[in-house]
Design a protein around this ligand. Structure first.
Ligand SMILES: NCc1[nH]cc(CCC(=O)O)c1CC(=O)O
Length: 317
């Protein structure tokens, strides 16, 4: 960016405000966006404010989020702040962003995606096979629960909510024999070594958006959109277009075990999708490829196909 662009940027928009949740993971992600923007716009980090906003998802701790109303819970209050002009951009884990956004807002870009895989955290042992019959696994994710039951129907899967630190502590203290967490979250918090093993995507497909940091802003805010475009990862954007269209076509709520992963390979994008019955006994999978320009169409088509599958029909999708 030229010196000229920099001074114009300063006169138009002296200060950008990022809205974020206050969890350690959310703050790490917001600070990563802050640092990337500061470098791209050649301004001091202090020119980009990070504002913590408490969301409904942070307040509800006693229930699975699927029971409390789903995904929007981690974004609602932040989106209100965007719409009111109290912040200019919002940083979210892409996984937590609903497929339908409030009018006037969009996802303008993503940071380069981190590792998409899930990690298994065991109290003792090094692999899933080390868990004895009947071992207790804590998770709040229907997707993880269903996939785990599919591979290991003998395990007891129980609700475990809370942030990454809380969940690790519950395993360490013996309340659970194991838990599953996104490797990306663990790594961002400097706790990658807590992973006993990493589950390959061939056996265990991640959530749509897992490992990606999404940046949301007002559609009618050209300066902020231009700033985000300067740091956005193209391939992550293409993959997320496919994955989010897949999820939208299935109309997946937090009550449906759905997994999906897209990868850009040269000029094409490959999408794998999975819908399961909650107990993991029934599953429908799809894998298709399309030119990158058709990412959204690929996702929608894969979603529409899985919609006609037995587990999807059983879930009333
Ligand atoms: N639902 C909470 C959440 N949202 C994003 C991450 C991890 C980071 C990521 O996937 O980008 C996590 C924790 C987890 O699932 O282990």
């Amino acid at each position: 960016m030229s010196e000229n662009t920099k001074s114009v940027y300063h006169s138009v928009h002296p200060r950008l405000r990022i809205g974020t949740r206050g969890s350690p993971l959310a703050l790490w992600q917001a600070h990563a966006v802050q640092a990337a923007l500061a470098a791209a716009l050649r301004v001091e980090k202090e020119a980009i404010a990070v504002e913590v906003i408490k969301t409904s998802g942070d307040r509800i701790q006693d229930r699975a989020l699927s029971e409390a109303g789903g995904k929007g819970l981690f974004t609602k209050e932040i989106e209100e702040a965007l719409l009111d002009g109290r912040v200019d951009l919002a940083v979210h884990s892409a996984k937590d962003v609903a497929t339908v956004l409030p009018d006037g807002l969009h996802l303008a870009g993503y940071l380069p995606r981190a590792d998409v895989r899930d990690a298994l955290i065991l109290k003792t042992g090094a692999a899933l096979a080390d868990l004895p019959t009947g071992a207790r696994v804590g998770t709040a994710s229907l997707r993880r629960e269903a996939q785990l039951r599919r591979i290991r129907p003998d395990l007891k899967v129980e609700l475990l909510r809370g942030n990454v630190h809380t969940r690790l502590a519950k395993v360490r203290e013996g309340d659970f024999d194991a838990t599953l967490l996104a490797l990306a979250g663990l790594t961002r918090l400097g706790m990658g070594e807590a992973a006993s093993c990493i589950l390959p995507t061939d056996d265990f497909l991640p959530a749509v958006g897992q490992g990606a940091v999404a940046i949301e802003c007002r559609i009618a805010d050209p300066d902020t959109n231009a700033a985000i475009a300067a740091i956005a990862c193209r391939d992550t954007g293409i993959a997320l277009e496919a994955e989010r269209a897949f999820l939208a076509a299935l109309d997946g709520s937090c009550r449906t075990p759905i997994a999906g992963l897209a990868t850009v390979e040269g000029d094409s994008v490959r999408l794998r999708g999975l819908v399961l019955s909650p107990d993991g006994t029934d599953a429908a999978e799809i894998a298709e490829r399309a030119p990158i320009a058709d990412a959204a169409r690929l996702g929608a088509a894969c979603g529409a196909t899985l919609r006609t599958s037995a587990p999807a029909r059983a879930l009333g999708l």
